[in-house]
Write a protein that binds this ligand. Structure first.
Ligand SMILES: [Zn+2]
Ligand SMILES: [Zn+2]
Length: 276
């Protein structure tokens, strides 16, 4: 533990992220074992190892993309590019003048609102939905399902999310901390733990709410509960939906019985399907 905390200064951030991924995963898994919501669900639930593989695959890809494309050098290049057109100060907020905690809170809220919107688009546009189906192919919910998603999602989410933050003046370290907090909340949202956080559930996304996002039977065509870290957007924009306890509802999507079961088939699915 002390190693994880104290290596932050001199180890590259992506190595730290690897430690945090392991730590957060073990914490969420422990909760599933100690206080399971669905008591009959095995500790090694259906697709546990598939999802574990997705976790590491997406971790390495995420590191690679962020490290290379979205490094401070990349952001500087992007800002220089904008400067060519005379755009030098897009957002007139002096973010650096605010206390560090306030800066991070703003980054967290802005990033989450952006990802809430991206998530809605993934459900709205059929081409994007083909990629997002991977995440919705989960049939038995557990923490590792959080990172079962197509690698294209990393590219879509992180580039759209990071560019506005970089333009307001955030750096890669801020983005990293925000990402860690989102990782922990996201892991919990997918855990087999019956938490709704009481009144805080109206602000923070939670397992009892997110399970309905994965429901096979939905009240509308495009889905509900799009929140990732915060649930408040769904309450504000009337997409929140928790009609009853979602503990034992069926998960998935229409015709998911024909969706491939294995990693390689799943990640090539959107293109193979596009040819049909
Ligand atoms: Zn979704
Ligand atoms: Zn999910």
């Amino acid at each position: 533990m002390s190693e994880i905390l104290f290596t932050y200064d001199y180890k590259p951030w992506y190595q730290n992220y690897f430690h945090w991924l392991i730590l957060v995963s073990l914490a969420a898994w422990s909760l599933e074992i100690i206080i399971p919501w669905r008591k009959k669900q095995p500790i090694f639930r259906k697709d546990f190892w598939l999802d574990a593989f997705y976790m590491f695959f997406n971790y390495f890809l995420f590191s690679l993309i962020l490290y290379n494309a979205l490094s401070n050098v990349g952001v500087q290049a992007f800002n220089d590019f904008l400067a060519l057109f005379g755009i030098t100060n897009i957002v007139a907020i002096k973010i650096a003048a605010l206390p560090a905690a306030v800066q991070l809170l703003i980054a967290f809220v802005v990033a989450d609102f952006i990802q809430w919107n991206i998530h809605r688009l993934l459900h709205r546009f059929p081409r994007l939905w083909e990629f997002h189906k991977v995440h919705h192919s989960v049939k038995e919910m557990g923490f590792a399902a959080h990172l079962r998603y197509h690698w294209m999602e990393t590219i879509i989410y992180k580039s759209i999310q990071y560019i506005p933050l970089a333009m307001i003046g955030y750096g890669i370290d801020d983005f990293f901390i925000v990402h860690l907090i989102s990782l922990a909340i996201g892991h919990l949202n997918h855990s087999n733990v019956g938490w709704g956080y009481g009144v805080f559930g109206y602000i923070l996304n939670n397992p009892k709410m997110h399970i309905w996002h994965h429901a096979k039977e939905l009240p509308n065509k495009y889905g509900v509960n799009f929140g990732l870290s915060l649930s408040v957007w769904d309450y504000l924009f009337k997409t929140a939906y928790i009609p009853e306890s979602g503990k034992d509802i069926e998960l998935g999507f229409d015709h998911d019985e024909t969706f491939p079961q294995r990693f390689l088939q799943q990640i090539t699915y959107p293109w193979r399907r596009g040819r049909n």
